[in-house]
Design a protein. Sequence first.
Length: 189
Amino acid sequence: MGNRLSKIATRTGDAGMTGLGDGSRVEKDHLRICAMGDVDELNSEIGVLLTEELPKSVADALSSLLLKVQHDLFDLGGELCIPNYTLLKPEQVEQLDVWLEQYNANLLPLTEFILPGGTRAAAQAHVCRTVCRRAERSVVRLGWDVDIHEAPRQYLNRLSDLLFVLARVLNQASGGSDILWNHSKEKKK
């Protein structure tokens, strides 16, 4: 993949079409472009999470992890951009499983659903999780129409789980706890 960022404003998309990495052109609302956009938005939301003040006990490890995820998401976006091309490797999906096990091991088991929130960083991790689920839905939807490899779908599925776990880790590391869903609210009269 060459460096093609010498000119940002090309005006070639003014009519509603855009170029893919293989040189073909598709509509800007094509399922492939929507999936790429959702992955890009997820990467941007993770960038916002990285600007948050993370608890000192986990800051270095989580910053490194999230930066690695951002690079992986660029690979995923590149793979989506070039039909029939592979950039995301099974090892990248497997790494998410390792992190999931590592970070989930120190959390109390959940007995109830939790609400997104707690600290700002944890709340932003939940935003990342929900954007990740949307990106996953877009990639799955694209896969019904065109052949795509398994790794992008698997990566997003695992990543959304990891982001949920990391939100809990961030709350715990800050001395807080998860906000449990109050499912037995009293009925208003």
